[in-house]
Write a protein that binds this ligand. Structure first.
Ligand SMILES: Cc1ncc(C[n+]2csc(CCOP(=O)(O)OP(=O)(O)O)c2C)c(N)n1
Ligand code: SF4
Ligand SMILES: [Mg+2]
Length: 348
């Protein structure tokens, strides 16, 4: 992988967050993506979200597959743990890491090809198992890295740069995530950082399977008239459902009917400013209907689409102990001959 290191010199007066880091400390190497690629804006949003939330970079593990999108973890959080895995295999690698050490925050970055083609099965099982992670798909409707073939998320009837029409039905990862049991489902646009940063922060705070589909135009191969993933098309058809203000419980209720407060399991509060009055993100069936209705009208619903404040996680289902498995001591790992005999008896 080609990369250019960033200068490490910082201006001495840069503002530090509560854990003593500047925003620069959350950056990575200089991006080698095309100038104007939507993916770079998502990296910038991740940097801002983590810095503002005072997350210590060494508490994050970032994982990806293969694609321009999957290269991006190199461009943020250089002090975090990370693994650039195999095409479409990020979810299983992340699941294994998360089972071994549940104390880290897991951030999976993938592309629409990586997650909706070769990795569709992996995506499905990570969502249905409730793997606690933030799963971001940088969705541009094409395989950018391999020069712009239609991906499975390209809309039927949309046109390629060379004029070919896509005849296949699109896979909508938001609808799939809702159906498969993801407990936080959102869609953002790389051209709207004000909306995207709080969506990422809500997902980082969530504690369950959090999925964010970020429409992220590919300026090299899918930003022309006839594409439904171009900057112009998305700006014209963006149907924002709400805006998140991420605040804590100390904040008093506003009494404003357009504001909805959703308490989270960790004690924090998601304050939503509703832009579409009939959308309640706590109601999964209604969220599914809203997404289908708006998409049938050619609109692209964005914002927090669904949240279950009490997510069911893989770790709960597997009754894993509280800490990281690699820190279990000998007594926990080897409970002795009597315990083994009881276990064997129970299996006879
Ligand atoms: C097993 C395997 N099959 C195919 C490829 C070729 N390949 C590399 S990236 C990619 C698609 C990337 O598309 P996407 O995930 O949408 O990422 P983007 O580049 O658009 O961000 C493909 C097919 C590969 N690297 N490995
Ligand atoms: S080819 Fe497309 S997706 Fe890849 S870096 Fe360039 S603009 Fe971004
Ligand atoms: Mg893509």
């Amino acid at each position: 992988m080609t990369y250019i290191a960033k200068p490490t010199l910082h201006h001495p007066t840069l503002t530090k967050n509560k854990v003593g880091y500047t925003r620069r400390d959350y950056e990575g190497r200089i991006s080698t993506l095309c100038a104007g690629c939507g993916h770079d804006s998502i990296s910038a949003a991740i940097v801002q979200a983590c810095w503002q939330m005072d997350i210590e970079p060494h508490r994050v593990a970032k994982m990806s597959g293969i694609g321009c999108s999957s290269k991006t973890p190199d461009y943020f959080l250089s002090a975090s743990h990370g693994l650039n895995s195999v095409h479409g295999r990020m979810p299983s690698v992340l699941t294994g890491a998360s089972l071994a050490n549940r104390e880290l925050l897991y951030l999976g970055v993938s592309g629409d090809g990586d997650s909706a083609s070769i990795g569709l099965g992996q995506f499905a099982h990570a969502m249905r198992r409730g793997v606690p992670m933030v799963y971001i798909v940088e969705n541009n409707g094409v395989y950018g890295l391999t020069k712009g073939q239609f991906s499975p998320t390209a809309d039927a009837g949309s046109r390629s740069k060379k004029g070919a029409t896509n005849t296949d039905v699109a896979i909508d990862l938001v609808s799939l995530a809702l159906q498969l049991g993801a407990s936080y489902v959102a869609r953002g646009f790389s051209g709207d950082k004000a909306q995207l940063v709080p969506l990422i922060q809500g997902a980082l705070q969530h504690g369950g399977a959090a999925f964010i589909d970020v429409v992220s135009p590919c300026v090299a191969f899918n930003n022309h008239a006839g594409s439904t993933r171009s900057y112009d098309h998305v700006r014209e058809h963006n149907a924002a459902l709400n805006r998140i203000d991420f605040i804590d419980l100390a904040e008093a209720p506003t009494g404003d009917a357009a504001v909805m407060d959703v308490p989270q399991a960790d004690g924090s509060l998601l304050r939503l400013r509703k832009l579409q009055a009939d959308h309640d993100p706590r109601d999964r069936l209604s969220a599914m209907t809203t997404v289908q209705r708006l998409q049938a009208q050619g609109e692209l619903p964005t914002g927090l689409i669904y949240v279950n404040p009490e997510p069911r996680t893989l770790h709960q289902q597997m009754k894993l102990p509280a800490g990281a498995l690699n820190r279990l001591d000998e007594a926990a790992l080897c409970p002795g001959a009597e315990a083994l005999a009881r276990l064997n008896d129970g299996l006879r």
